[in-house]
Design a protein around this ligand. Structure first.
Ligand SMILES: [Zn+2]
Length: 238
């Protein structure tokens, strides 16, 4: 290899802005000449764009890892419920119970807020739970016990647990209610490190009527009351 330097004429038009670039460099004789296509300014902008794209790709992966359904991963601003998304973003630092009719955009707003929270902290994790599926997984019994355990682990590892459409479907059995209590208690005992976000078509009092045993319902109400008194739970209406 010939490492002796020679003068090389750099002379090109920037592919980005068309600026003419011309200077001399000392370049090792045996090394391939640099191929330059962008001026310094355009190269910098290009690198910044690549970084941004990479960040977006990572965020996309994290939102998928959180099991957010595909249709809720992208926020369409022009179609979104602006008033509601503001409410949700304001409450996103805490726990909340969001009640509203079907179709007002509860899930979209919450998923958008979830994405925002993930973007803020790169080591934050989240788990999206669709209530009817969760209830089904708990009901599944022994043959899905391993899957249920896996699900429980994923939930307890998540910083933000979002339960979508809680109360949808039939009555809430003792087993399902007990699982829910566990999740709420874990969040409550995490010293504000973790959060739970709930969406429902039902106001809280009607949700409680869905529990097959009043004991579970009362324990949940009690927890929620404490969280509200601690100013760590907001009730939102869409
Ligand atoms: Zn340029």
């Amino acid at each position: 290899m010939d490492f002796n330097l020679e003068k090389v004429d750099i002379d090109y038009d920037c592919r980005g802005c068309g600026k003419h670039v011309k200077y001399l460099v000392m370049w090792p004789k045996s090394m391939e000449r640099p191929t330059l296509e962008l001026c310094d300014d355009c190269a910098k902008l290009n690198a910044e764009r690549q970084n941004r794209e990479e960040e977006i790709a990572i965020l996309r992966m994290r939102i998928a890892d959180a099991d957010v359904p595909e249709s809720f991963r992208t926020w369409k601003k022009e179609l979104g419920n602006q008033k509601l998304v503001k409410q949700v973003l304001d409450a996103a630092g805490q726990n909340f119970y969001l009640c509203g009719k079907f179709g007002v955009g509860k899930t979209s707003c919450c998923c958008f807020a979830l994405k925002r929270e993930l973007a803020k902290l790169e080591n934050l994790t989240a788990k999206f739970i669709f209530w009817p599926e969760f209830a089904e997984a708990v009901r599944g019994g022994t043959d899905t016990k391993r899957e249920l355990m896996q699900l429980q682990r994923t939930i307890s590892a998540a910083d933000i647990v979002m339960i979508d459409d809680i109360g949808a479907g039939g009555g809430i059995s003792v087993a399902v209610g007990t699982e829910l209590i566990k999740i709420i208690n874990d969040v409550y005992n995490s010293n504000r490190r973790r959060r739970i976000w709930l969406t429902s078509n039902l106001p809280l009092n009607l949700l409680m009527e869905k529990f097959e045993d009043t004991d579970t319902a009362e324990r949940i109400i009690g927890r929620f009351r404490r969280m509200k008194a601690d100013k760590f739970l907001t009730e939102l209406t869409a």
